[in-house]
Design a protein around this ligand. Structure first.
Ligand SMILES: [Zn+2]
Length: 450
């Protein structure tokens, strides 16, 4: 495997990824709070960390991707109440939408998608450990983290503790020992229609402790990569890191990776700003191939400008790949093109630089187009596969009916283990200019080229 380096927010430097047991890489990427449909900006971390996991698998690692679902949160109560809805019903409905909307990205599911409502026991146990260790205190049914009990607090976000605001407003101010402290457990309030039992009375966990507990329960601590949008560095990730370090004496994660925001004009796309485009809406408009290409055109750490021009440009580039695919033949690519393929993967190993990887792919395509004879598509398919775009090389619904019929007869022969007949039919297909390839999604018909 290549040496993979990723930018670590904690150290402020590129850090070498060191898999556990030489192979395993745990990735925890903070997922959505399910109080509304997700917008296309929320899809960026989903795409970035799914593709990173695919790349690491290509390099021979065994990645485990965890993306949580925050289904206990103030925002859910705040959205349900004016709509006259039960908060748990709203969360369940938006969870289903989130699953369906992200499913349409065609990236598969994360390996684990823990929900806070399913992990309250683990969350309560972690809070209990913090109280027992003197890092947290219970007061009037709430529990707060004692920030000044942890000297390392502030090291992830590089902030001075005296310049911090936990963003909890006036809530709990009278109960906190120090305004810097933040809530781990909140007693049920009269307008809240859900609550869970705890040693401190009925209530529900704070957002930050949910993630510490869900990450530890699914990946152990420390795990290799903690990811999320850079708007989460403070207070959410600072507090996640603090909770686990205080409770376990171990860091939560080895590398903290943060993606930049999707920008609409000069501002980040956010529900609070009111400039959002729904993920489902965008997928209806441009399709998943174009959207994934668009995300890959930006370096994950940088802000990415969302505009119809950029999407149209991405659509043209996707079409160019399809065009190239039509001129290629199935099979091995020439060795002379391999340096471009290697440059593609080297770029991904260098802080997951997808724009540089796409440039290397463009070089591959340029040289493939210049080559005199038919060029095999294997290297391009390998590159596109890591970006979940190898479908661009699949033949369009162009195979004539009699060819499809031959392929079906071959599949039936294989099913009956009549391999001689299957081979005969494969040769027959070849003589008509079609290669049949047995992929994960079943047999595919690929034209053998000019
Ligand atoms: Zn989180």
């Amino acid at each position: 495997m290549r040496t993979v380096r990723l930018h670590d927010t904690y150290s402020g430097e590129l850090k070498e990824l060191v898999p556990r047991d030489g192979r395993r890489v745990g990735i925890y990427a903070c997922g959505p709070t399910v109080y509304a449909r997700i917008h296309v900006g929320n899809a960026r971390p989903y795409v970035v960390f799914s593709l990173l996991a695919r790349f690491l698998a290509h390099e021979g690692c065994e990645p485990t991707l965890v993306a949580n679902i925050t289904d206990i949160n103030d925002k859910i109560y705040d959205a349900a109440r004016p709509a006259g809805r039960r908060s748990d019903e709203l969360a369940a409905e938006m969870t289903a939408h989130y699953i369906a909307d992200t499913e349409r990205l065609g990236l598969g599911r994360p390996d684990h998608e823990p929900q806070a409502t399913q992990m309250v026991a683990e969350i309560v146990a972690l809070i209990g450990d913090l109280v027992a260790g003197g890092h947290a205190y219970a007061v009037s049914g709430d529990v707060y983290f004692r920030v000044r009990s942890l000297p390392q607090y502030g090291e992830l976000s590089h902030r001075d503790v005296d310049q911090m605001d936990q963003g909890e407003g006036v809530e709990g101010t009278a109960l906190k020992e120090d305004p810097l402290d933040f809530a781990l457990w909140k007693a049920q309030k009269p307008m809240e229609d859900t609550a869970w039992d705890s040693p401190w009375g009925p209530g529900r966990p704070g957002w930050h402790i949910e993630c510490s507990a869900m990450a530890e329960a699914t990946l152990g601590a420390p795990f290799e990569i903690h990811g999320g949008g850079n708007d989460l560095i403070f207070p959410h990730h600072e507090n996640e890191a603090a909770q686990t370090l205080a409770a376990r004496g171990q860091p939560l994660a080895r590398i903290w990776m943060h993606n930049g925001m999707l920008q609409m004009g000069a501002e980040k796309m956010a529900k609070s700003v009111g400039n959002i485009r729904g993920l489902a809406e965008v997928l209806d408009d441009v399709g998943r191939d174009t959207l994934i290409w668009f995300f890959c055109e930006g370096h994950y750490r940088q802000p990415l400008a969302y505009s119809s021009e950029r999407l149209e440009d991405a659509a043209r580039r996707v079409e160019r790949i399809r065009d190239t695919g039509r001129r290629l033949v199935a099979g091995d690519s020439p060795d002379e093109l391999a340096p471009h393929r290697d440059a593609f993967f080297d770029a991904l190993a260098d802080d997951f630089n997808t724009p540089r990887a796409l440039a290397a792919m463009a070089d591959w395509i340029r040289d493939a187009n210049r080559a005199g004879g038919p060029v095999g598509d294997a290297q391009l398919r390998e590159m596109l596969g890591v970006l979940a775009l190898d479908n661009l090389l699949a033949p369009e619904a162009g195979a004539p009916a009699e060819v499809v019929e031959l392929a079906e007869r071959r599949a039936a022969a294989r099913e009956q283990r009549d391999f001689a007949a299957a081979d005969r039919l494969r040769d027959e297909l070849r003589s008509r200019g079609w290669e049949v390839r047995d992929g994960a999604a079943g047999p595919e018909l690929i034209p053998i080229g000019p």
